[in-house]
Design a protein around this ligand. Structure first.
Ligand code: ASP
Length: 445
């Protein structure tokens, strides 16, 4: 234990990730069917697969994701109630809501415009002659009216049971406001929520210490069961354009926006963001990453809980720049494959639909494809085109989730700075938050 703690959390997570990747590839290589390699295992291939891939890796990964998700609802509710009832001035709520939503929409629109621009430049779908070998079911896309109605909970317990983030946010904000207006009774309850918040945050850091193992299992399972690499090669141009724009947006647009709108040092921001981005990458879920994003933004970047408890869960739901990038490139790709010419109005429609679609859909793995169905329908492209890109979507989902999570944190910093709710000393301190993360399990014995 003492030894492992010499390495920082990021290093341990990266080691877990790389080890998982190597082990996953090894299993994929050894378990490849119809191959003489099978013989090397003396008939042990199936039992090995059942024991490791479908057994240990699968169980370990699922437990890790479940335990992260377990914290999301209590954490969002408790920290948002704390955040709202500690707001000195309730009119601030409307202002910071407006700023956060505005920034989330603007960054998403920038992301998708970049994606469309680069896709038109590199024409990933030109000359591709593919037949979809999978089908795609489109029944799940919600209508815009539904999206707005669904923001308001009719039963908050049901919203929590279903993990409906926007409904939980609405209820928590109202509850927090009521606490602030309830005099002595409110003060007692606020003190209790504040203690509860501290305990849940401790649970988050406790879990983060187990992340290297969780990440190992997730990677090992993913890479031992991943489809054929030929799919990636045949879709290489599409894959590279999406990846390139994701990196461009994450590593160039964000730093520029952060510097321009808040004056904060983007390099420091990026360095501090690394653990949360790795969590996003390995879980493919902005929602499951909320506890880690919140911990990073509060403890390492100095954003006050009154801002982050609102902006982070909101961002995990409505801010999906990475997803919008995939949608922009995918729309152009599918139009090129099916030889459809998109007009300028179509592109504007794509930008609008993709930006609005991100509001009503939660940050969970694969949701980007459902949103893509809405976008394609809007401009009259065949939705079956999605089947063409499913094969490489898993890896892109991981990368775009890391971008989504980084965007949530960046907007939180900008809003907090503009509201005077960011502690610059914490932001500039390279060691901030690291101590809280380092939990010594010994005294539990
Ligand atoms: N997995 C993404 C997220 O959770 C959403 C998506 O692009 O599918 O942010």
């Amino acid at each position: 234990m003492a030894n492992s703690h010499k390495l920082g959390l990021t290093a341990r997570i990266v080691i877990g990730m790389v080890a998982g990747l190597v082990v996953g590839f090894l299993f994929k290589f050894l378990l490849a069917e119809q191959d003489e390699r099978h013989l090397l295992l003396f008939g042990m291939a199936l039992p090995l697969k059942a024991f490791f891939v479908d057994g240990i890796f699968h169980i370990g990964g699922e437990i890790f994701i479940a335990s992260l998700k377990m914290l999301v609802v209590p954490l969002v509710f408790v920290s948002l109630v704390c955040g709202t009832c500690s707001l000195s001035d309730t009119s601030k709520l409307g202002r910071l809501g407006g700023k956060a939503i505005g920034l989330y929409l603007v960054t998403t629109a920038i992301a998708i415009s970049l994606a469309i621009g680069f896709a038109l430049l590199f024409t990933p779908g030109a000359g591709v002659n593919m037949v979809a070998d999978q089908t795609y079911d489109v029944s799940q896309a919600p209508t815009l009216a539904q999206v707005f109605i669904n923001i308001f909970p009719s039963n908050p317990i049901e919203s929590m049971a279903k993990g409906n983030m926007l409904q939980i946010i609405v209820f928590a904000v109202l509850f927090g406001l009521a606490i602030a207006l309830s005099g002595k009774a409110g003060e007692r309850l606020a003190a209790m929520f504040s203690d509860l918040n501290e305990v849940i945050m401790k649970l988050v850091t406790l879990l983060m210490n187990l992340a290297p193992y969780g990440v190992f299992f997730l990677m090992a399972k993913l890479f031992s069961t991943m489809g054929d690499y030929e799919t990636i090669i045949s879709l290489g141009k599409y894959f590279s354009v999406v990846l390139g724009v994701l990196l461009l947006h994450g590593l160039v647009s964000y730093p520029i926006l952060l510097k321009a709108l808040s004056g904060l040092n983007p390099w420091v921001f990026m360095l501090k963001m690394r653990d949360a981005a790795l969590f996003g990458f390995s879980t493919s879920s902005s929602n499951a990453t909320i506890p880690v994003t919140l911990e990073t933004v509060n403890n390492k970047m100095g954003v006050k809980n009154s801002i982050s408890s609102f902006t982070v869960p909101l961002g995990a739901t409505i801010n999906m720049d990475g997803t919008a990038i995939m949608q922009g490139v995918a729309t152009v790709f599918i139009a090129q494959v099916f030889l459809v010419d998109l007009t300028l109005t179509d592109f504007l429609m794509v930008i609008l639909t993709a930006t609005l679609a991100s509001i009503g859909t939660a940050g969970v793995p694969g949701v980007g494809l459902i949103m893509l169905a809405m976008v394609l329908q809007q401009v009259g492209l065949p939705v079956e085109g999605i089947a063409l890109i499913i094969g490489v979507d898993r890896l892109l989902d991981m990368t775009r989730t890391a971008v989504n999570v980084t965007g949530d944190a960046m907007v939180s910093c900008i809003v907090a700075k503009s509201e005077g709710e960011l502690d610059q000393a914490i932001f500039n301190d390279p060691k901030a938050g690291l101590k809280q993360e380092d939990i010594d399990f010994h005294h539990l014995r």
